[in-house]
Design a protein around this ligand. Structure first.
Ligand code: ACM
Ligand code: ZN
Length: 514
């Protein structure tokens, strides 16, 4: 050990970033053995540390073995993702030992870490419809996801309040659908007008905000470098308001649809895609063609949640479809659409995922359910298919129960300056998430993993977003990476006291721990 390194190691040992204490890692690794001694890298930047990399096919997918000795650093992994995650661990080891002097060489504790994820879908969702964050903020989310070994970015690109993806064949989607005539006021209080819940509005228009194909390619490349799959979501048949403002002819009741949707201001609109109109089906196929051209993900999200049936019941075309297809009731139209698009995408080598409503009818076993509901009553008249029930029936499932995974729900912070949609997900509750909870042993292989959902009705900008995502996304990352619950929340909490400072030093508007 040279004298400079000795000073670094000694000063680090005296600080709370003690190189001789257990290194602080989030998510926690599966197995870590700390040995005496440090490796003194001659560089100050962890990215420049020389690492001996090798492939070891005996390691699990995305797993790695990271060895730091006084002589250097080596990494074995079965695949490139494993090597990448070893690098993320190394980054945290180095940050744990940093003294704060930018030019100081890094002193890494000697460790052997053997690590691999518990789940293959470790996701974060972002709603860019209710508020739009833009390329640089999305990249920042991807950076932080990668740092915590999350690997699926679920990009919510269309909904009632906006259409955020340019589709060359349908320019009105972004010319009209990417803007709305007013926006919700920050700090505005939701209140009732009749039976409608509304929030004070700004009078100026919002948008148009959207991504071009080039923007998307840039984000996809950025995500791929970080071993993150981007799963785009195109909502159908409900939450289709923005598309209908652009092309009212694809709704059951085109007359006045645009005005009704713009006026609704809150909640999902009753105007949805017409299930009986062949032109609507062709439109959605062409949109999905473009999505398949752009996105390499083998899985495409088709939404499927909260589709009101009111218009379908009244619409002659929808009722004609019902008859022609031999369907029993209006509800079956959703399953008909789900089947249609599952088959359409399957021919293009893709598989559908949808919110758990898609499993209410007769849909192919290949359809993946995204479980979000925990209540029988969601007002759409269909039957609940819980995550556990979906897995029991043989569907692969991604778990995102709103009571644990919706980070637009309140944290438990005194004087929290940010607004929430409601609910209550403090850090400990977020940490208690177990995707396999309630799932029968024999169905657990169908649980792909889980994700946090970041809906943004009350999230106006990147500072609001970071506050709601962090530190709770650290809890999500650990729940999905480490072995099944019960996990030790207090051990996590103590590590988070250090890790939160790391996030803040990276400029993340991370909320306090509670
Ligand atoms: C949802 O929260 N409507 C999926
Ligand atoms: Zn219709």
């Amino acid at each position: 050990m040279n004298i400079k390194c000795l000073i670094v190691a000694a000063s680090a040992a005296l600080s709370c970033w003690n190189v001789f204490a257990e290194p602080v890692l989030v998510p926690a690794p599966r197995k870590m053995t700390v040995r005496s001694g440090v490796y003194c890298a001659s560089v100050a930047d962890v990215g420049s540390i020389e690492v001996q990399e090798m492939r070891d096919a005996s390691l699990p997918p995305e797993g790695y073995r990271l060895t730091v000795t006084t002589g250097g650093v080596s990494v074995a992994s079965a695949d490139a993702a494993g090597a990448f995650y070893a690098r993320q661990t190394l980054r945290q080891l180095a940050e744990g030992a940093a003294t704060g002097a930018a030019s100081a060489p890094l002193a890494l504790p000697c460790v052997e870490i053997v690590d691999s994820p518990a789940y293959r879908w470790r996701g974060a969702h972002l709603d860019e419809v209710r508020h739009f964050f833009g390329k640089e903020n999305v990249k920042r989310v991807l950076d932080l996801m990668a740092y915590h070994k999350l690997n699926v970015f679920h990009w919510h690109l269309t909904d009632d309040e906006g259409w955020r993806l340019e589709i060359p064949a349908y320019p009105e989607l972004t010319r009209i659908g990417a803007a709305r005539p007013n926006s919700w006021k920050r700090g505005g209080k939701p209140h009732k007008v009749g039976d409608r819940r509304v929030i004070d509005r700004n009078t100026e228009s919002y948008g148009p905000y959207f991504y071009t194909a080039d923007d998307v390619r840039e984000i996809l490349a950025y995500a791929a470098e970080r071993h993150i799959t981007v799963v785009p979501e195109i909502e159908l048949p409900g939450h289709a308001g923005a598309a209908i403002t652009a092309y009212p002819q694809f709704a059951c009741m085109p007359e006045g649809a645009r005005e009704r949707i713009w006026d609704a201001g809150w909640g999902n609109t009753v105007d949805v895609f017409c299930a009986g109109n062949d032109e609507t089906i062709r439109f959605l196929e062409r949109v999905l063609d473009h999505v398949c051209e752009l996105f390499p993900s083998k899985i495409i999200h088709i939404g499927g949640d909260e589709c009101p049936r009111k218009r379908w019941k009244e619409c002659p075309k929808c009722q004609a479809r019902l008859k022609a297809e031999g369907l029993k009731e209006t509800n079956d139209l959703q399953a008909w659409m789900t089947r249609h698009f599952a088959q359409y995408l399957e021919k293009r080598g893709r598989r559908i995922i949808g919110w758990d409503e898609i499993l209410s009818g007769d849909v192919p076993r290949s359809a993946i359910g995204m479980s979000w509901r925990t209540s029988q009553k969601n007002g759409t008249g269909d039957k609940l298919t819980s995550g556990a029930e979906g897995a029991r029936r043989g569907h692969d499932m991604v778990m995102a129960p709103h009571l644990l995974c919706y980070y637009d729900y309140r944290q438990e912070l005194a004087d929290d300056p940010f607004q929430y949609i409601g609910g209550h997900v403090p850090l400990e509750k977020a940490y208690s998430f177990d995707p396999c909870e309630g799932v029968a042993e024999e169905a657990r292989a169908h649980v792909l993993g889980g994700q946090c959902c970041n809906w943004t009705e009350f999230t106006w900008n990147e500072h609001d977003l970071a506050w709601k995502m962090w530190p709770r996304t650290c809890a999500m990352a650990e729940a999905l990476w480490t072995a099944p619950a019960p996990r030790d929340f207090w051990d996590f909490y103590k590590r988070m006291e250090v890790h939160r400072r790391r996030l803040i030093s990276r400029g993340v508007n991370c909320a306090p721990l509670r």
